[in-house]
Design a protein around this ligand. Sequence first.
Ligand SMILES: Nc1ncnc2c1ncn2[C@@H]1O[C@H](COP(=O)(O)OP(=O)(O)OP(=O)(O)O)[C@@H](O)[C@H]1O
Length: 762
Amino acid sequence: MTARLSLYQKAEQELYKLDRSVKAKFYDFCHLFRDNPDHPGLDLKPLMGDRRVFRAKIDQSYRALLAKTGIDDRGQENWLVIAVRHRKHVYEELSVAVNRITGEIEFVDLSVVGASVLQRAGVTLTPAEPESETPRITPSRPSTSVAPLLTGITAQDLRGLGVTEQLIDLALAVTDSGELDQLVSGAPLLSKDILYGLAAGMSMGEVRREITSQVEVELGDDYAENLSAALARTTVTTFDEDLKAAIEEGDFRAWKIFLHPSQAKLVRRHYNGPARVSGGPGTGKTIVALHRVKHLAEQLSPGSDKPILLTTFTKNLTTDLRARLASLLEPELLARVEITHIDQLAARVLSENVGVGVGRQRVFDTVALGVLRQVLAEVDDQRWDAEFLLEEWDQVVLGQSLNTRKAYFDARRAGRGRSLTRPERNQIWKLLEQFTVRLDKEGIETWGQAAERAARFAMERAAKIEARRDNEAVGGAEAAQPDDSSGRCYRSHRYRHVVVDEAQDLRAAHWTMLRAMVPKSPNDLFIAGDTHQRIYDHQVTLGTVGINIRGRSSRLTLSYRTTREILARAIGVVDPQKVSYDNLDDGADTLEGYRSVLHGPAPELVACSSWEDELTQLAAALTSWRTEISTGDNGIRRDPRGNVAVCVADRDMVGQVMRYLATQAEISCAELTKDGPKGDGEVHVGTMHRFKGLEYQKLAIVGVCDGVIPRTAVIERYRKEDQQRSAREERKARSLLFVAATRARDTLRISWHGTPSPYLSV
Ligand SMILES: Nc1ncnc2c1ncn2[C@@H]1O[C@H](COP(=O)(O)OP(=O)(O)OP(=O)(O)O)[C@@H](O)[C@H]1O
């Protein structure tokens, strides 16, 4: 009889870590098993503790643990590989169960639990193969004077939250975080989340709200029914050639298949309007956005248009999103998605409406500031600071699409600091008019201006579509007015669904443009972002640009990227207890419950005597990281390229670091530019802004000195005359360092010379 074989998530993750030769033997095992599960060479035997769990031989050392999950209509047996491990870690007490909260299949691995915890809880493990070295533990409960880690929590509490039965006594016997780490390393996801949450100080209520209730389903009493429902709910992959390739890809593909239940819920939910997902760095907002695109694309009726837009703030992130989406979606579905960064989209709208914006060159704000200074000098105006005026223009005039003096007189100037009288607004309006005329004359425009013009075109097109529909509804002839320079009259909006990543940095005009590009309908806008990571000056209240997310906001709290040790340090930088962050609407966002299940060394904080000393020590650290990464697990050599980065405060430092490393330490570097890394140098070096959305195994942040982060000159300038502005600048500087620090996966090293940045609290 042949068999169909699927892989349980944990088994697949275990396979990633195995040596190539064992992987190859596992593929042979799968072929043999699918042909005939009763083949004598497989030595298939049930375990004593749970006769639904079987072990089978992969080779002399490795065993597959399997559960029979049913027989299909054609009489073919269905088997699930639940684990792959060395025979000395196979014991008779292994069992599978259906979790009473999630209704998913759970497999608990007690072989990883520390001997002391097993002993305290009175649990014995019996090796399945007698010659194995699994320690035999005598069932005894020696009294211990050490207090349990989870004080005040009962077995009933853990059961009610959804911790797997087998782990409850063990969890209550744990006395320190090292033991807890060991216990949860073999635990099902929900148990892991709950136990870490409680250990991190979350209350029972918080754990129920943030973790358990996110994944709760209704279960009946019938085990067989629950098991078949569980199989439908549990993520498994069918064994085939694609899987073989995927296993070779290793951990990098985990995100493509296994969404955390709280992530999966957001991906599949039906929203009656715009929805927003927030969450600290590394909680999977981008992953959720990508899967959301996939989900939406799968619901589309056949066609060849591109009704879904996936957009983000920066160009290099767009490249990354494109590559990741291409690996997640079938080409036919990928072809239905437009992937573009927001300024590029605005530029495209402008070019479609040529005649109005033809020939204008887009410039950065620094160029515009130069023009404004020149205008102020020419009219000999010393009342207003050029930077203040440029921001007033960008944030108030362009931000709210104000095109008359009257509109400016009436405009809201929330968050702008000092208030302005009517005569002052009059002076400013006049100066800004002179300034924009000059920009026009020079044939240039800022990106903010371009976004604002694009938003107007998008709104005009939307208004014409509406009018045409209304006209048709009353039986009128179609309005002949074209919607863009091609002369086309569009019948529908540009997109059906818009998905935005890194939403915290978009400008008001970007939002206005996006709102106009998609009709107000269910699942129209899906917005992912974290305001703790806002590093540009564009704070927007979505409600004011026609995007109502009330009642459709969710937060992810579990970091997949960064260790607990790194998170603790990074959270200190943004200091959410003292500093407040908005929620892209009128409320505040928090990092409450933000946590990680990953563990690693504490971030290294290095005080240096001078900049030269910092560079010397940096080079030494990078050299040792290179050796560490190149050696890799199982002695397999790995290419360190792209796994290590150095982050600095400004462009000058980028040049200095790259030069030093290349000439004094023979370390090749690639500069991180707005298009991604330039060249294939081994270590990526860039300013903090360039690190948005990226991640590295090992990261060094250098030059984290007082006066640099934050720039004392900027803060001091505003401290007296504009308190709000000064607070905003400080918040931005905190966010920059927060973004930088949370790019590190395993190792974070922060150095400075002189006095350290006050945000480091050292
Ligand atoms: N369900 C998952 N399974 C495996 N890996 C995951 C999962 N979700 C996220 N990750 C991994 O965690 C890391 C962070 O994910 P992602 O970039 O989506 O987080 P983010 O919230 O967008 O972070 P940031 O705000 O810092 O940009 C990535 O390496 C991603 O592959």
